[in-house]
Design a protein around this ligand. Structure first.
Ligand SMILES: Nc1ncnc2c1ncn2[C@@H]1O[C@H](COP(=O)(O)OP(=O)(O)O)[C@@H](O)[C@H]1O
Ligand SMILES: [Mg+2]
Length: 163
């Protein structure tokens, strides 16, 4: 981890609270930024993406994990697109490359959110925001723990701010 990397851990008490964090995160990011989501099924990765969508002016109810399509693209009335990638069923990083992942990042016309990013970690560009969700047994049913790592202090500050 570079000396500029900052990590915070926080716990949310509801899916809505997780989505609000995603909404705040979207406002800190610009085209070509990658949000790399990690964690088992149910960790709340898709809730983060719904929040990112809301932050970009996209209907969060339209956002579902693109398990069979690998990539879903959502277009707001104006502003950045949202590329929603889920590599759960992908065999390798090479497959993601073949779909055009690097071009999508380089185009810089949208935010890129990627579920199960640890499986293709070598493709995540510098400046990615890593979010790792977990459900430790000491937490309640509607709580999730997130470790967020970024080399951008503004991202960390925005997520730490109170609701
Ligand atoms: N604090 C929380 N944050 C996010 N999701 C939560 C939380 N509490 C309960 N949940 C529930 O957990 C599930 C998370 O699902 P989802 O976002 O699809 O996870 P993933 O994409 O990681 O598989 C949803 O059913 C959501 O309602
Ligand atoms: Mg999901």
């Amino acid at each position: 981890m570079s000396e500029w990397m900052r990590q915070i851990e926080l716990v949310t008490d509801s899916p809505e609270q997780t989505r609000r964090l995603g909404e705040r995160l979207a406002r800190c990011l610009t085209g070509g930024h990658v949000v790399a989501l990690v964690g088992h099924l149910g960790a709340g990765k898709t809730q983060w993406v719904k929040g990112l969508a809301a932050g970009l002016g996209i209907d969060p109810d339209a956002v579902h994990s693109p398990t069979f399509t690998i990539i879903n693209e959502y277009t707001p009335k104006s502003g950045l697109l949202l590329y929603h990638v889920d590599v759960y069923r992908l065999g390798s990083a090479a497959e993601l490359e073949a779909i055009g992942f690097s071009e999508m990042v380089a185009a810089a016309d949208g935010l890129v959110a990627i579920e199960w990013a640890d499986r293709v970690a070598e493709l995540m560009p510098p400046g990615s925001v890593w979010i790792t969700g977990s459900m430790p047994s000491n937490l309640g049913e509607n709580q999730r723990q997130y470790a967020i790592t970024s080399d951008r202090p503004d991202v960390i500050d925005a997520l730490q701010a109170q609701d």
